[in-house]
Design a protein around this ligand. Structure first.
Ligand code: SF4
Ligand code: ZN
Ligand code: ZN
Length: 304
């Protein structure tokens, strides 16, 4: 198969776009598509300071790479959760992120080490507060949201960017539709505006890329990322949904993209608007971040 843009052999074929590209034109296409998404959804402009949440995986490192290549003021944030399984997940992913930043003179990285800053790793705090439940994911989500919000706000950033891809977004949407969680559906979007002072604006520039597209970009541009996923992802419901969606995609290429774009169109037309209820928020008495319950926020309650 030949590249659509030149006569070289194609290295990557996107059946859903009926587009095959070579090793030169694929990364170019990927970067241009990211720029299009940033503009289309008015995510940020050249004067904005962007903080990219990086995990060491292919999506977030590719996002940081592309935003730097496009000339955006993009810094990185890595949260060291202290997950020490057989592959030493946190230490290994942190190393990938630090190497990535060290290779790029314009990449500034902030590392928040949970143990050093708060006295416990994620597994330690989860064991203490969860009383027997094995998976630390709900505590992890809470910690990451808090830290990302704090660093974005305190660092004077205009926006927080995450590497969620189409497969991630579609799995979340599928789960929310399956259970008719209309409040969550209403709040799913490529751009989440800062609804209150003190909450940060969040964007997902890769929300229209299939996971295999971000993987291909990382491989073709030589980004050294961690292949292993967090050990706690095993058995997650989202993985089951991804499996089902992959089967549908296999039989009918483009299913995932159509599902997601159809949802975005419906959203734009005002579907689910009424479900986006406004919650009253109060500043946490310890850290000042906003919380729905007066007093301490859920993050501070973990430690105090
Ligand atoms: Fe955190 Fe790992 Fe669970 Fe993801 S899978 S939420 S990184 S503990
Ligand atoms: Zn080509
Ligand atoms: Zn707090």
């Amino acid at each position: 198969m030949k590249c659509r843009k030149c006569s070289r052999p194609a290295v990557f074929n996107m059946r859903q776009h009926k587009l095959a590209l070579c090793e030169v034109h694929y990364p170019e296409w990927f970067i241009a598509q990211t720029q299009r998404a940033v503009k289309k959804y008015r995510m940020f402009g050249p004067d904005d300071r962007v903080l990219v949440a990086v995990s060491g995986g292919k999506d977030s490192l590719s996002l940081w790479d592309v935003l730097l290549r496009l000339g955006y003021q993009a810094d990185g944030l890595y949260i060291d959760l202290g997950i020490d399984d057989s592959v030493g997940y946190s230490a290994a992913s942190r190393e990938k992120v630090e190497q990535f930043a060290a290779q790029r003179p314009d990449a500034r990285l902030t590392v928040v080490d949970l143990k050093a800053e708060y006295g416990e790793t994620l597994p330690e705090v989860a064991r203490r507060v969860q009383r027997g439940r094995v998976k630390p994911c709900s505590v992890c989500g809470l910690i990451k949201r808090h830290v990302m919000n704090r660093v974005t706000r305190d660092g004077g950033y205009d926006v927080l960017a995450t590497g969620h891809n189409l497969d991630d977004e579609v799995a979340v949407l599928f789960g929310n539709v399956l259970h008719w969680q209309t409040g969550y559906i209403a709040r799913q979007a490529p751009v989440l505006p800062a609804r209150h002072d003190g909450l940060v604006r969040k964007v997902k520039p890769f929300c229209r890329f299939y996971e295999r597209e971000t993987a291909a970009y990382a491989l073709l541009t030589g980004i050294d990322y961690i292949y292993d996923e967090c050990p706690h992802v095993v058995g997650a419901t989202s993985l089951r949904y991804k499996g089902i969606l992959n089967q549908m995609e296999e039989e009918s290429p483009g299913t995932k993209l159509q599902f997601y774009l159809g949802f975005l169109r419906a959203r734009k037309e005002g579907f689910f608007r009424e479900q986006a209820e406004e919650v009253e928020l109060h500043p946490c008495t310890n850290c000042g971040q906003l919380t729905s319950v007066p007093g301490l926020c859920a993050f501070c309650r973990l430690w105090i």
